[in-house]
Design a protein around this ligand. Structure first.
Ligand code: ATP
Ligand code: MG
Length: 491
């Protein structure tokens, strides 16, 4: 057990030692013990003890109640590592009856660690480690299941899922995160209890769904969710793609295409936003499929528009934030943009940036790649995409122009008394040339003083300086675009 001992952070050891010195039993428990055995860094550290909540609070300076189950958050103010800033300590719990498949009717504290382990969901989550005695308590074969990569319910599986149906999603999520399989009897019970998930709050379902998408194997998880009959409680519209054949460019039905696109986003370790959009991008296809006699093939006109609407409704039902919903909606709405090379001009790229938002434009390219790989094509088509990336950068960069100056034409007229006319343009370009040479000169004070000198020049002289400024601007513009293209190896 030395291996476990060595991985426990000092902040956590200090806390367990405080319990031990005060004469209480204390165990590190649940997912963190499992993660230690797997050599993974635990997301959070949970402690269980025979001390009651008041006793726990009396042992530490900075604590607070985190829920109605007696959990006390112990605050490590000086911790640098996020996951030990708050360590949660809960008295041994013995759970009361569940009459609603989601919450115990009451919570009873116990004097025995065994009671606490009995109420936990899976064998791999039901191990406890006593750091004082260096003892790993494994009453349900968690060590063996961790080593074999198996998710197995503690006790009678059907009873456990009937108590709290969220455990069905937890099983799938944990198996997706850890790459574990679900033991047969456990899986059969999940299937049997599937409809109970209807009683679980959408927020709890959403949180597990997010973790499934962010896992390494979201495709398998969605297939599993579908096969045991819970996908309908998560995103029923996804299921409508099953068996919906596509046109000749595709090898898979709409459902499989969506989840393959999602899996590519996970393989690339792309953001949650890209994964979500990938999963939903063709959700409008079943509703917009029409047969074309002319093409002798299926068409899906408007599936992007329909899909954006379905995505919005589906994510609203899951109580996602407004921001998440809007971004997903826009990505689905515009997911076809980078698939049509004829339409991709610089001004079209400018428009699409306005439509999807500046923060989403790179993600839209990633979505395009997921879409392409999701059809079964082996390559991402890197050259074309690099060209689009160069266009995006070009569209996003601030152009070199008199707009960069700390002074504008109106102010020049005020300062100099000049009337509107070509001289204002020459003056601006004359200033621009100086600022391009030395950007430090781009201050209101300097430019206003300089303009009073320049304004004394004749039309002929001023025009010559102005034209030189304009030429310099155009040269630099061209150079900067060449730089971008070079960066993406286009041209
Ligand atoms: P992670 O921290 O990576 O999310 P975890 O397994 O630690 O995974 P938590 O939500 O932190 O999950 O829960 C801590 C522990 O509490 C679990 O390992 C499990 O023992 C227990 N637990 C959590 N939720 C449930 C539940 N719905 N039913 C039974 N036990 C649960
Ligand atoms: Mg945890």
């Amino acid at each position: 057990m030395q291996l476990l001992e060595d991985q426990i952070p000092a902040e956590v050891s200090r806390i367990t030692e405080t319990f031990t010195k005060a004469g209480f039993e204390v165990w590190i428990v649940g997912g963190c013990v499992r993660d230690l055995l797997l050599g993974r860094t635990p997301k959070d550290w949970d402690i269980t003890t025979n001390a009651n909540p008041e006793e726990i609070q009396s042992l530490f300076e900075n604590t607070f109640y985190t829920n109605e189950f007696g959990t006390v958050g112990i605050v490590n103010d000086d911790a640098t590592n996020e996951n030990v800033k708050i360590v949660e300590a809960t008295p041994y719990r013995l759970e009361g009856k569940y009459s609603d498949a989601r919450r115990p009717d009451n919570v009873i504290f116990s004097k025995h660690i065994e009671d606490d382990l009995k109420r936990r969901d899976f064998t791999i989550n039901a191990m406890a480690y006593d750091p004082a005695k260096k003892k790993l308590l494994d009453l349900y074969g968690g060590i063996k299941d961790t080593a074999a990569g198996v998710v197995r319910a503690v006790g009678e599986p059907e009873e456990r899922f009937a108590e709290d149906a969220l455990r069905i999603m937890r099983a799938i999520r944990i198996s997706a995160e850890l790459g574990f399989t679900i033991e047969a009897e456990t899986k059969a019970a999940m299937q049997k209890c599937a409809s109970q998930l209807g009683k679980i709050s959408k927020e709890r379902i959403r949180d597990e769904f997010v973790r499934i998408l962010n896992s390494a194997k979201p495709m398998n998880a969605i297939i599993l969710a579908q096969s045991i009959g819970i996908l309908g409680y998560i995103a029923p519209d996804l299921e409508k793609g099953i068996g919906v054949e596509q046109n000749q460019a595709h090898s898979f039905d709409v459902f499989e295409h969506n989840i393959r696109a999602l899996q590519h986003a996970a393989d690339k370790n792309w953001s949650f936003e890209v994964r979500l959009a990938a999963l939903f991008h063709d959700i409008g296809k079943p509703a917009s499929r029409r047969w074309s006699d002319e093409k002798h093939d299926w068409t899906f006109h408007g599936h992007d528009v329909v899909g954006a609407r379905i995505t919005k409704k589906a994510l609203e039902a899951l109580k996602f934030s407004r921001e998440t919903i809007e971004n997903a909606e826009r990505m689905v709405r515009w997911h076809m943009f980078f698939s049509d090379p004829d339409k991709i001009t610089l001004s079209a790229v400018r428009r699409i940036i306005t439509n999807v938002g500046r923060d989403n434009i790179e993600k839209l390219i990633e979505l395009r790649i997921c879409d392409r790989i999701g059809t079964g094509r082996p390559k991402e088509q890197p050259f074309r995409l690099r060209k689009y990336q160069a266009m995006i950068e070009e569209a996003l960069r601030d152009p070199i122009s008199v707009g960069m100056l700390a002074i504008d034409g109106k102010r020049i007229m005020e300062v100099t008394g000049e009337k509107a006319g070509p001289r204002i343009g020459w003056l601006l370009h004359a200033l621009l040339e100086e600022v391009l040479e030395d950007p430090k000169l781009n201050t209101k004070e300097y430019l206003e003083a300089k303009i009073l000198e320049l304004v004394k020049l004749s039309d002929k002289d001023l025009r010559a300086i102005g034209d030189a400024g304009k030429e310099k601007k155009e040269e630099l513009e061209e150079e900067s675009i060449k730089e971008i293209q070079k960066k993406y190896f286009v041209n």
